[in-house]
Design a protein around this ligand. Structure first.
Ligand SMILES: [Zn+2]
Length: 274
């Protein structure tokens, strides 16, 4: 760096340090887990929801919703911010039995004709559902159109899905919610088509300090992790900013080139703006 360059960098740093809001938020963020479902629409009209994301430092986000119209409401207003994923739930009641309902496959296929979606999910599934015809059809659609499947499933189920549908790229919601860092790392070693998002995983940085087991996996697989919030109930919209502040805190413990991939670059590379 030239003397002039380093002076500029120093001046920028002092400016950032001088502003307490910015000092805590050095990385732009890609949020891999946002929902904008029916109960949210009145409480947080689209402009307000988008403003909450922006205030949290989120530049782009994967959004899926029950029903899917919520995602389209946000996408229409902010197509460079919202990465639309098609949720296979027409109503909340679909959550438990969607994989056994042929109507869901038809619904997904019909809806995909819009051509705006970059993935299908987030969906919930148990290991017994991996071979269900509806799941097989959705995996086919994903492979044909190069769409991600965003799966909220346990470690056994993601392993089965990855083995059964090797052409599909999977985004593993919540890193399986309870899978430990070692299990996640083993699956990442074995499956090149697996990416992992960390929404609601407070064990990544208990008490605000990055856990050493997770740190080791982030360093080894810096290209395969994303952060996320999960606005699964309306009240979670108020949690986007504080939860992303917590994320920034543990990101700051990582080498900058690793932190910026997990914060933003992985999502931006996988899901470029249209
Ligand atoms: Zn979710």
């Amino acid at each position: 760096m030239t003397a002039r360059g380093s002076l500029l960098a120093l001046a920028t740093m002092l400016l950032l340090v001088g502003d307490p809001r910015l000092a805590a938020a050095p990385y732009p963020l890609f949020d891999a887990h946002i929902h904008y479902s029916r109960p949210d629409w009145d409480a947080y009209p689209p402009e307000r929801a988008l403003a909450l994301l922006a205030r949290a430092g989120v530049r782009r986000a994967i959004v899926s919703s029950t029903p899917d119209d919520g995602t389209l409401k946000l996408y229409e207003r902010a197509p460079t911010v919202v990465v639309p994923f098609l949720r296979p739930y027409r109503t909340r009641e679909d959550m438990a039995g969607w994989h056994a309902d042929a109507g869901v496959a038809a619904y997904v296929e019909e809806r995909l004709r819009r051509g705006v979606y970059r993935g299908i999910g987030e969906f919930h599934l148990g290991a017994a559902g991996v071979d269900a015809p509806v799941v097989r059809r959705i995996a086919e659609l994903a492979a044909e159109r190069d769409l991600f499947l965003h799966a909220h499933v346990d470690a056994d189920t993601i392993e089965k899905l990855l083995a059964r549908y090797p052409k599909v790229r999977f985004l593993w919601a919540h890193a399986g919610m309870s899978a430990d860092a070692e299990t996640v790392g083993r699956l990442l070693d074995r499956f090149a088509r697996l990416w992992v998002e960390l929404a609601l995983r407070s064990d990544v940085a208990p008490g605000g300090r990055l856990d050493p087991a997770w740190r080791a996996r982030f360093l080894r697989h810096a290209d395969r992790f994303l952060v996320g919030t999960d606005t699964w109930v309306t009240s979670r919209w108020e949690a986007v900013e504080p939860s992303m502040r917590d994320v920034q805190q543990w990101l700051a413990e990582l080498p900058a080139e690793v932190a910026e991939r997990i914060a933003w670059k992985n999502g931006a590379r996988l899901f470029p703006a249209p």
